[in-house]
Design a protein around this ligand. Structure first.
Ligand code: F6R
Length: 609
């Protein structure tokens, strides 16, 4: 999704802006641009394609300035192209970058065309820069012009804007899209993500919805939506610079897959007293809230939704508590019925997913008493909007395809299952057994990572395939879904997941020698049933890839490839079986030569609907 960087300093800010954009590349984008004020004029460079191409264009035809804004664009309105790239400029006076979507842009555009403004792009953003310019003519102040402009905007936005009329002022604002201010010594920055600013500062102010900030060499002033001056807390970030470096790994995704043992261990750390979960890890009020909970409603998107689907099995079979899971973008527009004393649980890596935030708001509107966020970003909107929070401590996840965030979400959801289960069906012996399994999990995941070479070898067989079918049963069905999602998003192979029992109700028609079928086969009560499903595939000449534990007696042959993971007779086996599927998707994508960390058309943080 789009990224914003801006800076005002006593030095040339162009290198800061370019480095910031580079650090936002993981969010996904298709064009990039920079604008500065130089010699009293707006100087701008834009490029379709990568930040490296923009940097090369600036090197060939340099610009510099002590104030500037920059942007990576992920196309929504208008194709990826240089003319649609930000910053957008009005009458060589105002330059502006924007994340989000302006919903009433068509009306504003008509009004502005009638008023004589000339449009040079198909973006929804361009109306904002013209509106700011227009207001600037009336008010003479950039801050006031932005305040008057946003009052007319409908939709979601994070905006950074500069004007040659006030070359020492950068104005920024947000509503619905994230924006952070970085505090340096005598220099100030804005960005859509702290990762962009880590080389220049560790001190941040997280703007609240509706805030407008004015950055000058003297400091930062913030005003709330009503225009009142407000103080927002300054937070010191503990994110390490090297946490966002790729190191020896070929891709961030690969690094993040291999970081899972540590990420899981950190998610557990300090949250148990021996083998007893400390409920206050979810917040001081958690025990009192959990006492009242009679049902759980999980809301999430994509991979986070798959984590929720696994949790439903745990909540119902271990805790004995009813649990619904729904894709957030559906829930927000449905007419859902929320039972009294339902705990609304949102799951999100970024904490900025627009659909998940809106679904939470909808649940609150419908009277949800308590909300809990399982999230990887402490400073995110979702965390701020929720009563209770359990932070996954996966560390920054840069690869667009979510990996370590997913497995740490599963760990967090199992902790929630323990907390709620105590009050319902879960006995102390089972709780202790699962707690020890949780603590053993990092070592188990290490074991599975050892299979990397074998999985790489298997991946060769997928390189020329167009389709793949993933099968699982019970709590491993969502893992099959997650495996299919990983494969399709980074290798562009069309992949579908089915509960194995559904095979004969339709998808079996697709099975032939060109359709690899990947089965997740842990040793559990459904194993015998799954084995019958595998026979159905074999009998149709299908190519089978079985991820099984040692107890499975399926004999490998020319068309049956068995990959054995260490025995997994426990409730956490969905976590274990996730890892080989991540590795499979990763290696297939590498062999097919795709952009693994930044797959086409996708964005890391989906801050628009
Ligand atoms: C897939 C993936 C996405 C996200 C989804 C929700 O690998 O990463 O499906 O899971 O966009 O994002 P978050 O978890 O940030 O709410």
């Amino acid at each position: 999704m789009c990224g914003i960087v801006g800076a005002i300093a006593q030095r040339n800010v162009v290198p800061i802006l370019i480095e910031g954009l580079r650090r936002l590349e993981y969010r996904g984008y298709d064009s990039a641009g920079v604008a500065v004020i130089q010699d009293g004029e707006i100087r701008r460079r834009r490029k379709q394609g990568k930040v490296a191409e923009l940097a090369a264009a600036i090197e060939a035809d340099p610009i510099e300035g002590r104030i500037g804004i920059a942007h990576t664009r992920w196309a929504t309105h208008g194709v990826p192209s240089e003319r649609n790239a930000h910053p957008h400029v009005c009458r060589n006076t105002v330059a502006l970058v924007h994340n989000g979507i302006i919903e009433n842009h068509e009306t504003l555009r008509e009004e502005q065309i009638a008023a004589g403004y000339e449009f040079t792009s198909e973006t929804d953003t361009e109306v904002v820069v013209h509106a700011v310019y227009d207001q600037l003519q009336r008010t003479g102040s950039l801050l006031e012009a932005v305040q008057a402009t946003v009052a007319k905007l409908e939709g979601a936005y994070a905006i950074g804007v500069i004007s040659v009329t006030e070359p020492d002022v950068l104005v920024a604002c947000r509503k619905g899209s994230p924006l952070v201010i970085g505090l340096g010594i005598g220099e100030y920055f804005i960005a859509s993500d702290i990762a962009a600013l880590l080389p220049v500062t560790r001190r941040f102010i997280f703007l609240e919805d509706g805030d407008i900030a004015e950055l000058t060499p003297e400091g930062v002033r913030i005003f709330d939506e009503a225009g009142n001056p407000v103080e927002r807390p300054v937070k010191d970030s503990e994110v390490q610079l090297d946490a966002v470096e790729r190191g020896e790994y070929r891709h961030y995704m690969q690094k993040e897959i291999f970081e899972q043992p540590r990420a899981i261990a950190e998610t557990l750390e300090g949250r148990f007293n021996g083998l007893k979960l400390i409920e206050e890890a979810f917040g001081n009020d958690a025990p009192a809230v959990f006492d009242r909970v009679k049902a759980v409603q999980i809301l999430a998107c994509g991979t986070s939704y798959h984590a929720g689907l696994v949790a439903r099995y745990w909540m119902e079979s271990l805790a004995g508590i009813p649990c619904n899971v729904e894709v957030a973008s559906e829930y927000r527009y449905r007419d859902p019925v929320l039972l009294p004393d339902t705990l609304v649980v949102t799951i999100s890596q970024s904490g900025e997913t627009a659909d998940t935030l809106a679904a939470l708001e909808e649940a609150k509107r419908r009277g949800a008493l308590h909300s809990l966020a399982i999230c990887n970003v402490q400073e995110s909107s979702l965390v701020r909007e929720s009563d209770l929070v359990l932070l996954t401590r996966a560390g920054p996840e840069i690869g667009v395809a979510s990996t370590k965030a997913f497995t740490t979400q599963l760990v967090a959801l199992m902790m929630l299952t323990l907390a709620l289960g105590r009050r319902h069906r879960l006995d102390r012996v089972t709780e202790k057994r699962i707690a020890s399994q949780l603590f053993a999990l990092p070592a188990r995941v290490e074991d599975v990572l050892e299979l990397d070479d074998r999985i790489r070898a298997l991946s060769e067989r997928f390189a020329d395939k167009q389709h793949a079918l993933f099968l699982g049963r019970g709590s491993h069905y969502p893992i099959a879904m997650e495996g299919a999602l990983k494969l399709k998003e980074i290798s562009y192979i069309h992949a579908e997941a089915y509960p194995a029992g559904e095979l004969k109700h339709g998808p079996l028609a697709l099975v032939d020698a060109d359709m690899p079928v990947i089965a997740v086969a842990p040793n559990n009560s459904l194993l015998e049933k799954l084995k019958s499903n595998l026979q159905e595939v074999k009998a149709r000449g299908g190519e089978l890839y079985v991820f099984a534990d040692e107890t499975l007696d399926v004999q490998p042959d020319d068309h049956t490839h068995v990959l054995t993971v260490t025995p997994t007779e426990n409730e956490l086996s969905p976590v274990i079986f996730t890892v080989p599927l991540q590795l499979l998707a990763y290696h297939v994508a590498v062999i097919r030569g795709t952009d693994v960390d930044k797959p086409r058309n996708l964005a890391k943080s989906v801050t628009v609907e």
